[in-house]
Design a protein around this ligand. Structure first.
Ligand code: ADP
Length: 401
């Protein structure tokens, strides 16, 4: 029997998301999320064999414990009992310049991911914990790493270099890497299917707007610029991250407010963005407060939309011609108000929204552009896990593997 079932593991700093996906036929056989790892009580929510979702509250002290739960759940899945796994695919946030494609995980790849920890101190250690535990539990199974940064390795040097002394790039890897690669790549592929054109014939601007947010300019299927930088802090305003800001502010905070570097790092990553502006980072709550007349919430929404619009303008200039804008991520897929405000007054640039379609786009992929719009405006449900599984499958099926 052909094995096409892949377990995808996506470990965050205190959470672990997983799915069992079948490539042929395309099916989700099991999915789950463990949250609050390391806290007094963790939550495990999962669905197996299309049954009603289940929830447990229990103590999960670390990622090794969390993976025990994943493997215990896997044992209850009928698809797993009838067909062994092809591989385990791990999302790894930072692959630096070393990885522009999926990799079969061995000791050298683990070491390379470890060496990249200074570039992703919050993410790569959690990813490594997941990988190491999965290898211990299933030592004979192929494990593949799929890197969030890999899609952006096609950026030209004038897009990825910062205007800093060259040695910082050459000796220390200070450059733009970009993130959310699996999501941008997935929605680009779906856009090509929907528009019924080869990806190589399309120029796209992909807007991934979730808790983290990034925009990518895609020319002929390749990422040519992206808003996140050396770390996921640069670019758009996000749930709790500041996005672009004058680096001079950091010196000001240090000198005039006597803040430590660690405090500034926490401020910019965890206490800024929507949270900093209006004390909330869930977009649904922000809309409620704005509707109730909360001026800070209204301003946060206005800044968010304005900054997305500025990136759309920048990437229109980068690409010259744009066939489609793509909205994805929790906010991009669901927030009609924000989509409308990001695109306000762009008719002159060939981007024109259909107000009614924007309110209720089709479920998986919908075009919400008006009949007059030169550019399609697509709302696409992202599926990073599916993209990770697919790339792992293609990697293992390549001759020589
Ligand atoms: P993550 O980056 O953690 O994967 P998501 O892509 O799930 O995040 O996006 C989370 C964001 O999406 C939150 O700000 C949430 O408020 C927002 N969101 C989810 N559903 C809606 C909705 N119906 N309207 C507006 N925002 C929404």
């Amino acid at each position: 029997m052909q094995q096409t079932n892949i377990l995808v593991i996506n470990s965050g700093s205190s959470s672990l998301k997983y799915s069992l996906l079948s490539i042929q036929p395309q099916l989700c056989l099991m999915s789950g999320l463990v949250e609050c790892i390391g806290e007094q009580l963790a939550h495990h929510k999962y669905t197996v064999d299309n049954q009603a979702s289940q929830q447990e509250t229990l103590t999960i002290k670390d990622h090794a414990d969390a993976l025990q739960q994943v493997f215990a759940t896997l044992q209850t899945c009928s698809a797993y009992q009838s067909q062994p796994l092809l591989c385990i695919a791990h999302r790894v946030v930072h692959g630096g310049e070393r990885f522009s494609a999926p990799q079969l995980i061995d000791d050298a790849v683990i070491e390379a991911i470890r060496e990249l920890i200074p570039l992703a101190p919050l993410h790569n250690p959690a990813n490594l914990l997941g990988i190491e535990q999965a290898r211990r539990q299933m030592p004979d199974l192929a494990q593949i790493a799929v890197f969030d940064t890999a899609f952006h390795q096609s950026l030209p040097d004038y897009a990825y270099r910062y205007a800093l002394p060259g040695f910082l790039y050459q000796d220390h890897g200070v450059r733009r890497y970009g993130f959310h690669g699996s999501s941008h790549r997935y929605v680009a592929g779906r856009a090509a299917q929907y528009l019924d054109k080869p990806l190589s014939a399309l120029n796209l601007i992909s807007l991934h707007l979730g808790n983290g947010a990034s925009v990518t300019a895609i020319a002929a299927g390749h990422s040519v610029d992206t808003s996140m930088g050396m770390t996921p802090l640069e670019g758009l305003m996000m749930g709790t991250r500041s996005g672009d800001l004058d680096p001079g502010i950091i010196f000001y905070l240090s000198r005039s407010l006597n803040m430590s570097l660690a405090a500034i790092e926490t401020l910019l990553n965890k206490q800024s963005g929507c949270k900093g502006l209006c004390h909330e980072n869930d977009m649904r709550t922000i809309h409620q407060h704005a509707g109730d007349g909360d001026l800070e919430a209204q301003l946060a929404l206005a800044i968010y939309a304005y900054r997305v619009k500025k990136y759309i303008g920048a990437y229109l200039a980068v690409l010259g011609r744009v066939d489609a804008l793509i909205f994805t991520g929790g906010i991009g897929e669901n927030d009609a108000w924000l989509r409308a405000h990001c695109l306000e007054n762009l008719h002159g640039l060939g981007i024109d929204l259909d107000v009614a379609k924007n309110q209720t786009p089709d479920a998986e992929v919908g075009n919400i552009a008006s009949a007059d719009s030169r550019t399609a405006i697509l709302v696409i449900k992202t599926d990073e896990e599916w993209q990770i599984a697919l790339e792992s499958y293609q990697y293992l099926k390549k001759p020589g593997h």
